[in-house]
Design a protein around this ligand. Sequence first.
Ligand code: ATP
Length: 511
Amino acid sequence: MDFKNLIAHCKEYGFIFPSSEIYDGLSAVYDYGPYGVELKNNIKDYWWKSMVQMHENIVGIDAAIFMHPKTWKASGHVDAFNDPLVDNKDSKKRYRADQLIEGYVEKIEAKNLKDIEKARARFGDAFDEAHFRATNDRIIERQKQIDTVLDRLAQAMKAGDMEELKAMVDEYEIVCPESGSRNWTEVRQFNLMFSTQLGNIAGEEGKLYLRPETAQGIFVNFLNVQKSTRQKIPFGIAQIGKAFRNEIVARQFIFRTREFEQMEMQFFIRPGTEMEWYHYWKEARLKWHKALGTDPAKLRFHDHVNLAHYANAAVDIEFEFPFGFRELEGIHSRTDFDLSQHQELSGKKIQYFDPELNESYVPYVVETSIGCDRMFLAMISDAIREETVPDAEGQDSVRTVMKLHPVLAPVKAAVLPLLKNKEELTKAAMDVFDKLKLSFICQYDEKDAIGRRYRRQDAIGTPYCITIDFETLENNTVTIRERDSLEQKRVHISEVKQHIQDGIAMEQLFV
Ligand code: ATP
């Protein structure tokens, strides 16, 4: 299914609505609807359980969104959490200069890909892409150009050299995608933090920020948590919460928004052991994704070459979204940067006494950080498909189905009386529904033909449909229709709950 239809599906079936839509919406802000909130909660639940419940040495917290302003000075966000902003004077649209330059590089690469595809068609099975790339003059020339541009971009970004970025935009004759003009302003640094004002203190003193990441709430609570839980290093602190970034360009649905949710875990370790833990968490996190049955071809690692100021190793887990491979999660070896900075700015000692080494030190940190909204988008784009249904007719012969892992599915079971106007059936169905709703989210639906009702459940990803028919009245059995295989099993009413519980159990993801 293409991306536009996916977005339309999310709205039509109550997963995601544009924010304040009656006022024509607010750009890049979205609300999660009745099924969206269930799916999102299930994602968070899976993450929380896999981190906190499954590790005796990881505990959770829920820190406030507002933090002392010095937090953001210490973390480097006040001075360095910037993107290079450039305006087009004709369209009045704003862009990130680095993204414009990356777009220029993508165009060159697209030419290479076109040549490669042509050659592949010509040489067939004998085609060797690596050899072609290494020997074709035009490709070599373009690759050189790409490397030069990317190198220049990386250096300019590292040095915060806005003039150089502007020079590149001009030199490469980059045009505004809206107006087609090259009438650009200067490039300037734009801080991504939203600020607001504390009620009782005027001016700079009372300036507060909405947190741009949840991690700092963990760092400043390191000693509180360690002392109150008597954890010994290595141990971790996990947190799920909202983060805010005033992104210059926010688009691609919920992939990049200005308000989003993060699921972050900081793992505190002995200095010198960071590479060992970095590799451990890299593999553990990939396993977490794969356990959901996500197509493994859509997941890959991408090592960072240009490291952030706080990191000594960093990798992204990328997912192939409908618009290409993009970052879904980051795993970062953050050294002792954050704790040392907080120690310095607060004037409070933030150290751990290691009884085995008989010495105190500022712990090192390996973090895993994933956006809940991006995970949501990854899951629905991997799950959704259009299929023809064997043995069905007319409108019911095609189905849009969300093949979400049952653990994530918003509604676990739908209870459907075969006919609406037969009271014995609706009553029996209601009895089943009332029993099941004590254990998981169910729906009772009696409207429309049974085929239509199955389609509605397929569209929201319900793994089980329980149908109550005339045989139910005779022998207390029902049919359970399985969403993916379309198989129907006859099961005694007393076994229905267990059957569903087995299918939706989170334990199966942890083995
Ligand atoms: P990007 O390069 O895509 O802006 P980032 O490297 O700045 O991301 P991190 O600071 O590492 O991202 O944040 C950790 C995670 O938070 C990301 O992997 C992503 O899943 C999520 N995230 C970051 N920014 C956004 C956003 N604007 N909207 C939604 N999710 C986000």
